[in-house]
Design a protein around this ligand. Structure first.
Ligand SMILES: *[C@@H]1O[C@H](CO)[C@@H](O)[C@H](O)[C@H]1NC(C)=O
Ligand SMILES: *[C@@H]1O[C@H](CO)[C@@H](O)[C@H](O)[C@H]1NC(C)=O
Ligand SMILES: *[C@@H]1O[C@H](CO)[C@@H](O)[C@H](O)[C@H]1NC(C)=O
Ligand SMILES: *[C@@H]1O[C@H](CO)[C@@H](O)[C@H](O)[C@H]1NC(C)=O
Ligand SMILES: *[C@@H]1O[C@H](CO)[C@@H](O)[C@H](O)[C@H]1NC(C)=O
Ligand SMILES: *[C@@H]1O[C@H](CO)[C@@H](O)[C@H](O)[C@H]1NC(C)=O
Ligand SMILES: *[C@@H]1O[C@H](CO)[C@@H](O)[C@H](O)[C@H]1NC(C)=O
Ligand SMILES: *[C@@H]1O[C@H](CO)[C@@H](O)[C@H](O)[C@H]1NC(C)=O
Ligand SMILES: *[C@@H]1O[C@H](CO)[C@@H](O)[C@H](O)[C@H]1NC(C)=O
Length: 762
């Protein structure tokens, strides 16, 4: 197996550290230097020549200063990344043009029926209205792309628009002719990684935009893949695989490389985003994250704000850490995406000698049909009964189907390996959730022996039967895809949850999208799984992660952009959020897959994305660059910090308020307060419906919270008219830890503009 087994999403790494971190004496390190572009002397024709000259002028500068410059940035910020010694750095920091320094940091990845699950239809709704996202360009910052995948054929697509400035770079196993009208750009950025002393694996990667790890091929085909008939994961999930915006175009910016593990550096991520902005993408999709840190140290946050200022929508994964207070990429100008399950499951059926039958989950990649095999269970010995490492005796289990008890001390994948090691014929595993390890984004690739996972609740009857003499399995049948699974969607167990650790005052994630068992293109002709002596390959595979949820939202954003060319990034996000749904296919609140309990807006944000509704939201909560400036002023940032985030010397704080015109509401109250806590929010709605409309406020309020809206009726007489209102939220004393309700504006044309109201104790 390649390193792709660790691809899962996200991140590790140490961070963008403040410029007061003390590096080792006189060693070269990579720094990202943010400069004041307006101070470029006119004698330099380009910023890059100025950057080179600045580097050359440093006293202890080596003669080969050209080699020390990694990238010159012009869009995400004015500045560059370079290899510098500490004394060179301090010399540089004395320059009046110096704005901020970031130390290099490392990020990691956060992986077709889903279009149907999203309600996308060929004859009605947003697909035909947007011509399937025609001519919208999605820039994907990822592990590269496999251009020959059928998902990237350009049949029927119009010529690439003149506004496009991107290109298809030549490189190892990647010819510029690999691009076409679907894949219109492909570039790679590795200078930061190489400067950090890392080597790109020759066996597990290509030194070009060509993908080896499959992650980028998967995300790109999910966002905008062309239709491919008869795609499947070894027979599971068979159908036509299609991106969410199948007529949109793709540009790949490869910044994640296989070293010993998949890795990305902040300087390369910045370079990819910088180039994407310069090339003219409409949407930037990032299924990766750098460590959480304040916005003024966060390369993705700074680069995203620059993109937003140019009208580019930035969609990022929320992370795969599960648990509260774990979201990544939570800056309020970014659309932050959590992962949900879909109503599809992959099952195997088990039928026992005593007539008992049960269904379990399986991804075993062959239509195996096993009949009449003896069953083994290590009763009476705890480590054997849970199939711990090296406990099964090959003589006892050879040729048998091994039952492994549920356990918190060994995960199913470990149990599977043990059954395989000991020569078991097949395995039955008791567990309530198959995915115990959030880092296992490609769990399906681990099903190397016929295995099925059944609910712990079946354990008693199974174990009782095994105690009988001659217990046997009458049959096991694999490769069954079951649709209509309920409840669905659920919040995937691994999806990172709010409150946002950097700013709990903005609800994150913003929205949920399909991120569990997503079928999309991968790198073909490469062993995906080894079953017995056979190396199996596949060109479509299932993967899970907020990495997989993100390109769904990027695809929907592309559809919205195609319908509403003039909408701002905030308007597009607002439309997706206020039309999201919070009830599952059983009619109850979306559940948390981890606990089976109802989830909250801290888990799913505004709810699950609903593309057809998002096309016609009625009203939007709009935001522009100046609103974010005022928000940052309200955080009390210093001038230097403001310059770093805003990339300029002058700005106006205006209202200086952290109360953004956001489509969700968060209020914080002191835990166990003996008095009530109140907060007022001011919001402005813009009518994007064509009709005159009268909206009235409908509130869903839990006990312990009271909400007033003033005025309660908003009347719009023309398109783009705006109306303001104030929401007053009061939390009673002794309120419980977290409470949430909803404000919904409803008009006579069936528009429902819904926002969660969340109260968090601190
Ligand atoms: C393209 O890249 C390959 C591999 O790096 C190289 O061998 C070839 O000479 C390059 N072609 C051009 C036209 O630069
Ligand atoms: C990278 O490759 C070079 C040359 O092959 C080798 O000397 C160096 O040790 C490698 N570095 C790492 C981190 O593996
Ligand atoms: C197992 O799943 C199959 C296919 O979805 C279904 O027909 C059958 O009723 C299920 N059996 C049990 C015991 O749940
Ligand atoms: C079992 O093996 C796995 C992988 O080899 C290892 O991570 C785990 O710690 C082992 N567990 C025990 C209990 O030895
Ligand atoms: C349980 O099985 C393990 C592994 O086969 C063995 O080492 C151990 O002695 C057994 N324990 C008992 C109590 O029999
Ligand atoms: C398996 O789950 C059952 C029910 O949840 C629990 O009682 C039992 O202790 C678990 N077994 C192990 C070995 O953890
Ligand atoms: C959330 O996480 C951040 C750092 O990741 C920590 O500083 C903060 O105390 C945490 N907040 C809560 C409520 O746990
Ligand atoms: C904005 O408001 C914050 C908090 O009230 C305050 O700390 C900060 O100094 C203000 N900034 C400006 C520029 O007015
Ligand atoms: C909220 O606004 C109301 C009037 O709309 C005012 O009476 C109240 O004092 C305000 N509360 C806070 C906490 O600002």
């Amino acid at each position: 197996m390649s390193s792709s087994s660790t691809i899962l999403i996200l991140l590790l790494s140490s961070l963008l550290v403040a410029n007061n971190a003390s590096p080792k004496p006189e060693e070269y390190q990579t720094y990202i230097i943010h400069m004041d572009g307006s101070q470029k002397p006119t004698s330099f024709s380009t910023h890059e020549s100025w950057h080179r000259s600045t580097l050359k002028s440093l006293s202890s500068s080596p003669s080969d200063s050209d080699d020390k410059l990694l990238y010159s940035y012009n869009h995400v910020m004015h500045g560059f990344s370079a290899r510098l010694t500490p004394s060179q750095l301090s010399e540089l920091e004395k320059s009046p043009a110096h704005r901020a320094t970031y130390q290099e940091s490392f990020g990691r990845l956060l992986t077709t029926h889903t279009t149907k699950f999203l309600g996308l239809k060929p004859k009605t709704g947003i697909w035909p209205a947007s011509s399937y996202g025609k001519d919208v360009i999605i820039g994907i910052i990822d592990t590269g792309i496999w251009p020959e995948c059928e998902s990237f054929t350009d049949k029927g697509m119009s010529p690439v628009p003149d506004r496009w400035k991107g290109k298809c770079e030549n490189g190892t196993a990647f010819s510029p002719t690999a691009c076409n009208r679907k894949l219109i750009g492909a570039r790679s950025f590795s200078k930061g990684l190489l400067a950090a002393g890392k080597n790109i694996s020759k066996e597990n990667d290509f030194e070009s935009a060509r993908d080896h790890q499959s992650h980028g091929t998967h995300t790109a085909s999910t966002a905008a893949g062309s239709p491919v008939l008869g795609a499947s994961h070894f027979g599971y999930a068979r159908g036509t695989a299609k991106g969410v915006a199948p007529s949109a175009r793709i540009a790949m910016y490869k910044v994640i490389w296989a070293t010993s593990t998949p890795e990305a550096t902040a300087s390369d991520v910045l370079a990819g985003m910088d180039q994407a902005i310069a090339d003219g993408v409409d949407i930037i999709s990032l299924s990766l994250a750098l460590p959480q840190t304040s916005y003024f140290y966060d390369a993705i946050a700074i680069a995203s704000l620059s993109a937003i200022e140019k009208g580019i929508v930035v969609i990022c994964a929320a992370g795969n850490k599960g648990g509260p207070n774990t979201t990544f990429n939570g800056a309020p100008w970014i659309t932050t995406v959590g992962a949900g399950t879909v109503d599809r499951s992959f099952i195997a059926t088990l039928s026992l000698g005593n007539g008992l039958t049960m269904n379990g989950t399986s991804y075993y990649p062959a239509s195996a049909y096993i009949t009449n095999a003896p069953l083994f269970y290590g009763a009476g010995n705890l480590s054997k009964s849970i199939c711990s490492n090296s406990t099964l005796d090959p003589e006892e289990v050879a040729g048998k189907i091994v039952l492994c008890d549920n356990s918190t001390s060994i995960d199913i994948l470990g149990q599977m390996k043990e059954v395989q090691r000991a020569g078991g014929y097949a395995g039955i595993f008791l567990a309530d959730s198959i995915n115990l390890d959030p880092q296992q984004y490609n769990t399906p690739s681990q099903f190397a022996i016929p295995s099925l996972v059944v609910q712990t609740s079946f354990g008693t009857s199974l174990k009782e039967y095994v105690r009988e003499n001659d217990a046997n399995v009458k049959s096991m049948r694999f490769v069954i895809t079951s649709l209509g699974t309920s409840p669905a969607p659920q919040v995937a167990y691994f999806s990172s949850r709010g409150p946002d650790p950097i700013n709990p005052g903005i609800l994150k994630p913003d929205i949920l999208a399909p991120g569990m068992d997503i079928l999309a293109a991968i790198v073909p002709n490469k062993q995906y799984i080894k079953v017995g002596n056979y190396e199996l390959v596949t060109d479509y595979a299932l993967a899970s992660g907020t990495s997989m949820a993100t390109p769904h939202v990027s695809g929907v954003a592309a559809l919205l952009k195609a319908v509403h060319h003039d909408w701002s990034p905030a308007a597009i996000r607002s439309a997706m959020m206020t039309t999201a749904y919070t009830l599952d296919n059983t009619g109850t609140v979306l559940k948390d897959q981890l606990t089976g309990m109802p989830a909250t807006p801290l888990d799913f944000g505004a709810g699950h994305i609903n593309p057809n509704k998002a096309m016609d939201p009625g009203l939007i909560y709009d935001l522009g660059f100046q609103d974010y400036v005022e928000f940052l002023c309200g955080l009390g940032y210093s001038k230097k910090q403001m310059r770093a985030v805003l990339r300029r010397n002058q700005w106006s704080c205006g209202q200086n308020s952290t109360d953004l015109n956001y489509p969700s509401f968060v209020t914080m109250f002191p835990r166990g307060s003996s008095t009530a806590t109140a907060k007022n929010f001011s919001r402005v709605l813009t009518n994007v419906g064509d009709d005159t409309a009268v909206y009235r406020a409908v509130l869903v309020v839990p006990t312990g919270m009271s909400v007033k809206v003033e005025p309660r009726t908003l009347t719009f007489t023309r398109k783009y008219q705006t109306q303001g209102f104030v929401v007053s939220v009061e939390i009673e004393k002794d309120a419980s830890e977290i409470q949430y309700g909803y404000l919904r504006w409803i008009d006579q044309h069936d528009h429902i503009v819904s926002s969660p109201i969340v109260a968090i104790s601190v």
